[in-house]
Write a protein that binds this ligand. Structure first.
Ligand code: FE2
Ligand code: FE2
Length: 137
């Protein structure tokens, strides 16, 4: 798949990361606020919206990278093969956490455990983006 210029350009790529993270953070804080006010049903609904955001904004960015950008990097700099594998593992961890949160919601409903996992997801994403920006550009 041809890679759009935005993934190859450091500043544009950084902007995608920053925008995705800021949106996920504010939506996570919204979930936390609803949970703190005791409205579990609304917290659960906001979590569903947040998971859709993770899938459409952040995991789809990861898919796009794996579909083209990472391959281009490895073709150009073969020494980065191991780095790319590690970055792919970060993506996989985020996919797994999203899947686990979905499963928890469906089986046990909303709980504090979900909130903790949502914050863990933000942390993984932030570290991943920093590493990607540092190592691939
Ligand atoms: Fe990535
Ligand atoms: Fe990225």
């Amino acid at each position: 798949m041809p890679v759009g210029p935005s993934l190859r350009q450091r500043h544009a790529h950084q902007a995608i990361h920053a925008g995705g993270l800021a949106g996920a953070l504010s939506k996570t804080e919204e979930v936390e606020g609803l949970f703190a006010s005791g409205d579990l049903e609304m917290a659960d609904q906001a979590t569903e919206e947040l998971l859709e955001y993770w899938e459409s904004r952040i995991l789809s960015h990861a898919d796009a990278e794996e579909d083209g950008f990472y391959q281009e990097v490895v073709e150009k700099y073969s020494a980065l093969q191991e780095t790319v594998l590690q970055l792919k593992r970060d993506h996989e961890l985020m996919r797994i956490v999203v899947k686990n949160i979905r499963h928890l919601r469906e089986t046990s409903g909303f709980s504090k455990v979900i909130l903790h996992k949502l914050y863990a997801l933000l942390e993984i994403n932030e570290i991943h983006s920093q590493e990607e920006e540092r190592l691939l550009f």
